[in-house]
Ligand binder design. Structure first.
Ligand SMILES: CC(C)(COP(=O)(O)OP(=O)(O)OC[C@H]1O[C@@H](n2cnc3c(N)ncnc32)[C@H](O)[C@@H]1OP(=O)(O)O)[C@@H](O)C(=O)NCCC(=O)NCCS
Length: 153
């Protein structure tokens, strides 16, 4: 009951953001306007997402991730937030920032503690372990530059 109330309250504050079924969003997450969030996605504690961002199905976004405006996140993208995970005991959140206009292809893994720069483009299936510069295009495992200057059409 309270969960449903919080969900409706959340939707009221995120005007024009469409959230598809079976998605789990923590009440402490902050999502902007005009976003689309696909099914089976998890958006964790205190995650921040800007305006106009499109997140496709089955994406995992845990605590410590901040996503800007007009970002594209393809299906099955996984963000991490703990570089050396273990089942019990203390752990430390490593923060990840995705800047405005970046695009992350289907099935990528974003290893934590990095910044993906403005308008950067990540190829499908990449494992990103280091910062990606603005407008840089990277792909592969681990992700390496394939083009230096992505231009939007
Ligand atoms: C990364 C991407 C944007 C590059 O597109 P592009 O600029 O047109 O690049 P090109 O096709 O000219 O490829 C350049 C080189 O990178 C390689 N490459 C392209 N995408 C790659 C990828 N995802 N992983 C590994 N290598 C890749 C190409 O094989 C090519 O290598 P070569 O020079 O040895 O032949 C695109 O290939 C991609 O992966 N887009 C994401 C698609 C996606 O996930 N969409 C989600 C919605 S369903």
């Amino acid at each position: 009951m309270i969960k449903e109330f919080l969900r409706r309250l959340f939707l009221a504050f995120t005007k024009n953001t469409r959230i598809y079924r079976y998605t789990n969003i923590y009440a402490s997450a902050n999502i902007g306007k005009n976003c689309v969030i696909g099914s089976y996605t998890e958006i964790g504690d205190k995650v921040r997402i800007g305006n106009g961002t499109k997140i496709q199905a089955m994406v995992f976004i845990p605590k410590g991730v901040v996503i800007g405006d007009d970002v594209f996140i393809g299906p099955r993208v996984t963000f991490c937030n703990d570089l050396y995970p273990k089942a019990s005991g203390a752990w430390k959140v490593s923060r990840t920032l995705v800047e405005d206009g970046a695009s992350i292809g289907a099935g990528c893994t974003i290893v934590c503690g990095i910044t993906i720069g403005t308008n950067a483009r990540i190829g499908a299936g990449a494992v990103v372990t280091k910062d990606v510069k603005p407008n840089q295009v990277v792909a592969g495992v681990p992700a390496k530059q394939i083009k230096s200057n992505w231009k939007h059409e």
